[in-house]
Structures are given as C-alpha cells and as structure tokens.
Design a protein around this ligand. Structure first.
Ligand code: MN
Ligand code: MN
Length: 466
C-alpha cells in the first residue's frame, strides 16, 4: 500500500525541525546542567593560557599524567603535553597499535581580542592609555564603549613571570575604549563601518590622575602604581603577552534560557566539549587524541599553532614511549587516522538572511554541524572531506541518534572561512569539520544553543569510542 504523503515526507526529507522537539524533561535537565559546567569553564578561561590551566586541572583530576614525567606508556594510560602554556594535546592509549590509526579531535583555544603593543603606555592631554594591536578578525566598532578586562603575563628579564588579571572580579576596575558622542559623530557616521573606527585608535583608557604638580604626568603615576604592585617597569612590557577581552560574564540567554551568551565561544565551546569527551574515555580500541591549538585565528602559524611540528613531536613521543616506533612510522599513523576538526560554524541568522543559502546553512538548536569543506569563493583553500569519510561520520551520528546538519559557511560568493582541518588533512589524516553553529561569531558576545553543546559532546564521545 502507498504510504501517506506525510509519512513519506518524514522518511525521505532531511529533518529540519528544532532539536528541542526530540527531547524529554530529563534530557533537558542534563543539557542545562552540562551547559552550567561549560559556563563556569568559559568564565574562567578568557585567554588561551587560562584555558590551558583550567583544562590541565580537569585532566589532572581524571588520571592524566604529563608525558614528560612518564618513561613508558601502555594501553589504557592517559597522558598530555602542554606546549608553552598556550596549547595542549591529550591522549588516551588504545588497545590497538598506534600505527593502526588515531581518533583525533582538534579545537582551538585562542579567540579574537586586543593585544597590547610592545610599547603600549602613553599619555595624551591628561589621560593615560594602552596602545593595542587587534588579534584575529574583529569588527572594530564592536570593541568600543564596552567593559574590557586585562589578562596575560609579563616575563621579566630576571626570569620572573607575573600573571595579570584585572577586571573580572566585582571589586576590580575595568577598562574601556571611548567612542565619539552621536552629537559630534556626523563625519564618523558617514564613513564605511570598516573605517569608522581605526585599528590605531583602539586605545585603552587606563588613568587620569597626574603623579605630581612638577611632572603632571599621568603615565608616571600609572607606572608607579604598576611598579609598586607588580615590581615592573615600562621596559618589562616588551616581553609580555597581555590581552584585552570583554569583561562580560557568560550567561544563559533568552526567556527560555535555551542559549548561552559569552565571549570566546569560538572555539572554547568545542575545546571544552572535546576535553570532556576524552575525560570519559576508558580503554578505547584506537588511541584517542584531543588537540587544543593556539593561533588558529591568525593562521595557525608559530610554534603553538597547528602548523608547528610540536604536534608531530607529541605523536612521536607516544610511539617512542609505547616502544612501537620505527623509521618513518609517523606517516603510517597519520594515513590511518581519523579526525574531527572541532570548530564553530556561522549559524543562520534571520536578521541577516541575505548572506546565507538557507538550504545549506546550519541552524543553532538543530544539533551537530558538519562542514564537508570550508574555504571561500570556489572552495579556495578548502580541505574537502571525502564522501566515504562523510558516510563514516554520518553512521556514528545516526547509530547514536545524535541530531546533525551538513552546511557551508555563507553563500558561494559571500566570503568563507578556514579552520585547522587542512593542516591535518595535509598529513594524510581523514578530516571533517564538526562543531556547532554560533551567532555573532567573533563579536564580544557570541551566542550558542545549549542543545547543540550537549549534542556535540555526545558525538565527540561516540567518535572516540569507535
Ligand atoms: Mn574557530
Ligand atoms: Mn574564529
């Protein structure tokens, strides 16, 4: 007998309904509890260094050991390697030989922000400022007239390291970049958005009290305060990494509390969920590896970025310490490995429909997002996952009833983006981008769906288990 059209449609069409329709009250509680844990993490992890510390503690508390402190490893062991306090690799050793391939998930810990210039302190007409150089893709106008906090390290030439964090606690001051009042902004408002605020003008207001009548120097007063508090001089800023980030707290968003608003969710939401997944893996078949990279937002360069050979070094250490290494074995390991590049996708935003093809967009609240390829304008620079590998990934999702959608970032000629996927694909690993959708990506406040956060965590766990 012919099926009725409603059933036939359900059978043949892709399910594009909200994921919230699939869950019961108990699952909703699980989702909300998991999101609360995530909100705690992201409030404590505004920079890559803070995220590494937080995640290291999670690993330490779950039986992981620093690989530098173990001489050999065996099936079931859990190890990690911290690269210059800014990126981290963790592994759970499987029962199979490493040369049979790894199950890898790779996210990144860095987010767009404002970095201090090497000589940041100056004074102008009775105000003192920090000069900045922005990091990653930002819309500069979004960073004025919002509360900012300072995070980072100053490394002194005597070897001392000073950790800075000002502006997160209620009793601490915050910082801001002033903007022009509308009354005098006629010329500014006529400019293109990209030029209305210049990178050179993203200057952080830091003080207004002169040191004394003699010098009238506000800069001197600021340096004197810093000197008393941290024992630093102006020259010490030349060996520092200090970041200005939004001082907003991560919060539940909406009357139904279904979403999370927070700074830096690209890509700490997937750093958190992939770490949580590997924490819960015991005695896997394949060795599971969690990559938490730095410098993704500026092209993955440098010795803490994904392009660095430090990652090869970590995998070689696994081979060495498991006594499996042979000449050139690393190539074989990579060619047999499977990976999820855990990065966020641009969620469809009904206010800005025109940049997206709604049939090929990801929607927040509809689960895991797979990007078969990224790149821009003709797939330029893309790592395009093989059909067979896509099918393998789909089979894991479908077997475990995890909602997913396959999308691309924006309309064909609208732009595009990249992730760390191609770097690992170039080593011979099967890779696909698998994350969740985000609204207002790279803005001081980004929006995600709690349903997606929990779905992607479940997916990462099941991927590791294979
Ligand atoms: Mn990202
Ligand atoms: Mn990004």
């Amino acid at each position: 007998m012919e099926k009725n059209s409603k059933d036939l449609k359900e059978e043949l069409f892709i399910n594009k309904l909200s994921g919230w329709l699939d869950i019961n009250e108990e699952e909703k509680n699980e989702i909300f509890n998991f999101s609360n844990e995530y909100i705690n993490f992201i409030n404590e992890s505004k920079t890559e260094r803070e995220a590494v510390l937080y995640l290291k503690n999670m690993l330490d508390n779950n039986g992981f050991k620093n690989i530098n402190e173990v001489d050999y490893i065996k099936e079931g062991d859990k190890v990690y390697y911290i690269n210059r306090n800014k990126s981290l690799y963790a592994a759970v050793i499987g029962s199979n030989k490493l040369e049979n391939g790894l199950n890898l998930i790779g996210a990144h810990l860095d987010s767009p922000r404002l970095d201090l210039k090497p000589n940041p302190i100056y004074e102008d007409n009775g105000f003192s400022y920090f000069n900045t150089h922005y990091y990653g893709g930002i819309k500069k106008y979004q960073w004025t007239a919002i509360p900012l906090s300072i995070h980072g390290v100053i490394a002194k030439s005597n070897g001392e390291i000073i950790n800075l964090s000002i502006g997160e606690k209620e009793n601490e001051p915050i910082f801001t970049i002033t903007d022009l009042l509308p009354h005098l902004a006629y010329d500014q408002m006529e400019k293109k958005m990209n030029n209305a605020i210049l990178g050179e003008d993203l200057n952080i207001l830091t003080g207004s009290i002169p040191y004394d009548k003699e010098t009238k120097s506000v800069k001197l007063n600021i340096l004197n305060i810093l000197n008393k508090k941290y024992d630093i001089k102006e020259i010490d800023f030349t060996s520092s990494e200090i970041e200005l980030v939004p001082a907003f707290k991560a919060r539940s968003l909406g009357i139904d509390e279904s979403m999370v608003a927070a700074y830096g969710q690209d890509d700490k939401v997937l750093a958190f969920t992939s770490t949580k997944a590997i924490l819960n893996i015991e005695k896997p078949n394949k060795t599971c590896v969690c990559i938490l990279a730095d410098k993704e937002e500026i092209g993955s360069m440098g010795n803490t970025g994904m392009s660095s050979s430090t990652f090869d070094y970590f995998i070689s250490e696994l081979l060495n310490k498991k006594s499996e290494n042979k000449e050139d074995l690393l190539y074989k390991v990579y060619n047999n490995s499977k990976m999820l590049s855990a990065d966020v996708d641009a969620g469809f935003d009904p206010i800005y429909k025109s940049v997206s093809d709604d049939n090929n967009s990801s929607f927040i609240g509809r689960g895991v997002v797979l990007n078969k390829y990224t790149g821009s304008r003709g797939k330029s620079g893309a790592s395009d996952a093989n059909a067979e590998y896509m099918a393998y990934i789909r089979s894991i999702l479908e077997k475990n009833n995890i909602r997913y959608q396959v999308s691309e970032l924006g309309k064909v000629d609208s732009g595009g983006g990249g992730t760390i996927a191609y770097i690992l694909a170039n080593k011979g690993i099967d890779v696909v981008d698998a994350g969740i959708g985000v609204l207002s990506m790279h803005a001081p406040y980004e929006v995600t769906s709690k349903f997606d956060i929990y779905s992607v965590y479940k997916f990462y766990y099941k991927f590791y288990e294979c």
